[in-house]
Design a protein around this ligand. Sequence first.
Ligand code: RB5
Length: 150
Amino acid sequence: MDVKKVVIASDHAGFEAKEFAKECLVKLGFEIEDLGTNSKDVSVDYPDFANILSNKISEKNGIYGVLICGTGIGISVAANRHANVRCALCHDVTTARLSREHNDANVLCFGARIVGRATIEDMINIFFATPFAGGRHQNRIDKLGSCYVS
Ligand code: RB5
């Protein structure tokens, strides 16, 4: 993976996990941009942070993302409404690895109320170490562009 920068965002439910995830990303040597939120005590709306982050992601520019909310569900749904964002809601090392191998995910997502710190660090490590497998999976990625309906 050619990772030039990692952008990260969460809602209030994901704030503490975001701070921990940043430590994991620093260990991997990535440049990080934290797009908020900045407190666990102020309730915010996850679509706002999904949108801020997703606007920074586009294919082949080397920018990847990490998104966190309480379950990971709301923020991943919001992110995947953006063209060229492939946000993978992951629960373990296997889903994190396969999201890269099969789906060429450019945003790793997880639920702060669902997974613990050891799993978060393992998912981050495997996600950013795993290349896209290409081949038959590329055909499927290409078809994602036609999944938009109005
Ligand atoms: C916030 O309470 C919570 O609803 C949000 O973080 C997320 O879990 C939604 O999918």
